[in-house]
Every structure is written in structure tokens, then in C-alpha cells.
Design a protein around this ligand. Structure first.
Ligand code: GLV
Length: 322
């Protein structure tokens, strides 16, 4: 009998086809969760789970008695209770590396779009309002040669620093748990305390993983420390930012603008007040969402899954080794 695999949300269809050769595959694409009889039944049988952003809690694990591995199609793994998985001897994996450049492109694009007001001006043209010359109150601000503060200088942060420094002549400040030699040597990044970064940066870019420690790490106090001309970019996780404080900072002009790829609740509600503001550019969490990158992430996640189900150590193991 083939092992059972539960496929959740975004896994590339070519990769799913490959998985179907070796496994009994059940696919869920619509945020199904505990309580849905079809989902509960698949969990009950599952030897492996592969997918995006499935909340793996104690309650879910109690319903999956045969589970050996949860393979995330993402680098972030705040959806997983890693300690609980470790305690139960269930493996968990993620997909680091393959998305660094793609995500850095998206976040740098968001910075450019916010600073140069690209979505707003695109709408201006398409809605037929471009009947006189552009007015000064429609101008954006420069990106090149400004100071970029990166909070969270991991692999993606470093790929953003590379674009910013080598391509746009930007000065890089960063704050991180540990010093990043590559960023310091190759992109002349200067390590500094968070307050210094907030006070001195023209662009503040948040790239930390979501943990208990980083929850709402950017709130009212942090926005108040930023320059009133600052542009805030969130390419990490929505819950790292106090969304209400962001709204107030944008309305009260504590900062100039924001560009966010992530929300506290995803998909965000159409009534989220942030969506009414002119000085924010929003994206539906697209950091790694290109055809090529999604395929590569799915392939890596499938490799992790296969290794785990074969009793080997997957290349991107997050849980304890047994
Ligand atoms: C995307 O947000 C990821 O964690 O891969």
C-alpha cells in the first residue's frame, strides 16, 4: 500500500503529479481545516503533509496518528509548533535558499513602488485623469543613495542589501541577532541597535521571522522613532507589526508611507482600514510567488517529504534528529 500524503494549498501541479506516482495523494486548496470531515479523514490517514501555511497545532496532531513529516512549501515556519512536533518524533521541514533572490526582488520592487507611488500613478493614467501635467503633490521620493535599514539580516535581507547597495548606491544599516559578515564585507552594511536604525533610516525594511519575541516588534513607539520622511516596508510576517499603530502612523504622518506584502490576518478583510489609505502599497503575500520560484520550492519540499517518508534525514530538517 502506498503511503498517504495530504497536499495543502500551493504545491506546483507538476510536483503533485510526481508525488502521485509514489503516494496516495489527497488535495486541499481552500483553507479546509479541522472539523471538515474530508480533511479530518485525510489527516487520520496521513503519513506526510506537504503544503503552505497549514496551522499545525497539538489539536491537529492529535488527529494525525500516523504522521511522520510535515513539509512546508515556505521558508517561514511560524505555522508549525516545532517543539510539539519534535516531542512527538514528527519531522518538519522548510524550503530555505531557493527563494532568496525572488523574494528580494519582490521586496525591493515594493520599496520602489511605494517611494515612486507606482500603483497610484498607474491608476491615475488608466482612469483617464492624466489631462494636465503631473503636479508636485504627485511626486515620489528618491530611492537611490538613501539609507536603508534592514531589520533581520538573514539570507533574504542580505539579497535585498546587495540590490540596494550595489545597484542603487544605498547606505545599509542593519539590526540582527548575530552579525552578518557577508553583508558587512560585500555591501558595507553597518550593524546598529534597533533605535539607531529606526532614527537614521530613510527606508526601514522588516525581514525577521515570526516568533514570540518578534510579535508586534514594530508599534507606536517604533514608528515615532522613525523619520517623518521614512518609508516602512514589511516583507516578513504581518504579526510582527501592530497594524493599528501602522494605520495611525500613516494617518498622522509620523512616517511618509508604507509598503506591505503581509498582513496580520491573511487574506486580509476588505474592511481593513489600511486599504483606504493612499500612502500604503499592499501586496497579497507574493514574496516568492513567481512561476519559477514556486516550482523550485515545491520541488524542494517534495524532496524533504520523500526523504522523511523513506526514513532518511531531509535536507532542511527543523525538528530534532532522532
Ligand atoms: C514566504 O513568506 C515564506 O515563508 O516562504
Amino acid at each position: 500500500m502506498k503511503p498517504n500524503v495530504l497536499v495543502y494549498m500551493r504545491v506546483d501541479s507538476r510536483v503533485v503529479k510526481e508525488l502521485e506516482k509514489d503516494y496516495e495523494v489527497t488535495i486541499f486548496q481552500n483553507h479546509e481545516y479541522l472539523g471538515d470531515p474530508h480533511f479530518d479523514d485525510a489527516l487520520q490517514k496521513a503519513d506526510g503533509i506537504i503544503g503552505l501555511a497549514l496551522k499545525v497545532t497539538k489539536e491537529l496532531l492529535d488527529k494525525a496518528p500516523h504522521l511522520k513529516i510535515v513539509s512546508n512549501v515556505s521558508v517561514g515556519y511560524d505555522n508549525l509548533d516545532v517543539d510539539e512536533l519534535s516531542n512527538r518524533g514528527i519531522m518538519a521541514t522548510n524550503t530555505p535558499g531557493v527563494l532568496n533572490d525572488t523574494t528580494a526582488d519582490a521586496i525591493f520592487g515594493l520599496m520602489l513602488a511605494t517611494a515612486r507611488r507606482i500603483p497610484e500613478l498607474d491608476l491615475f493614467v488608466k482612469s483617464g485623469k492624466w489631462d494636465i501635467s503631473l503636479q508636485p503633490n504627485q511626486y515620489g521620493v528618491d530611492v537611490h543613495h538613501k539609507t536603508l535599514g534592514i531589520i533581520g539580516m538573514g539570507n533574504i535581507g542580505c539579497a535585498i542589501a546587495k540590490r540596494a547597495h550595489l545597484g542603487f548606491g544605498m547606505t545599509i544599516l542593519y539590526h540582527n541577532r548575530t552579525r552578518n559578515e557577508e553583508a558587512e564585507t560585500l555591501y558595507e552594511a553597518t550593524y546598529c541597535e534597533l533605535d539607531t536604525l529606526l532614527q537614521q533610516s530613510d527606508f526601514v525594511c522588516l525581514m525577521v521571522p515570526a516568533t514570540k519575541e518578534t510579535e508586534k516588534m514594530i508599534g507606536t513607539n517604533e514608528f515615532k522613532k522613525m523619520k517623518s520622511s521614512a518609508i516602512f516596508i514589511n516583507g516578513s510576517r504581518g504579526k510582527n507589526v501592530d497594524e493599528e499603530a501602522l494605520y495611525k502612523a500613516l494617518v498622522n504622518s509620523d512616517i511618509l508611507a508604507a509598503g506591505i506584502d503581509v498582513f496580520t490576518q491573511e487574506p486580509t478583510s476588505p474592511t481593513n482600514p489600511l486599504l483606504k489609505l493612499k500612502n500604503i502599497v499592499t501586496l497579497p503575500h507574493i514574496g516568492s510567488s513567481t512561476t519559477e520560484c514556486e516550482f523550485n520550492m515545491s520541488k524542494l519540499a517534495a524532496l524533504n517529504l520523500k526523504k522523511g517518508l523513506n526514513g532518511e534525514t531531509p535536507p532542511n530538517l527543523l525538528t530534532k534528529k532522532f
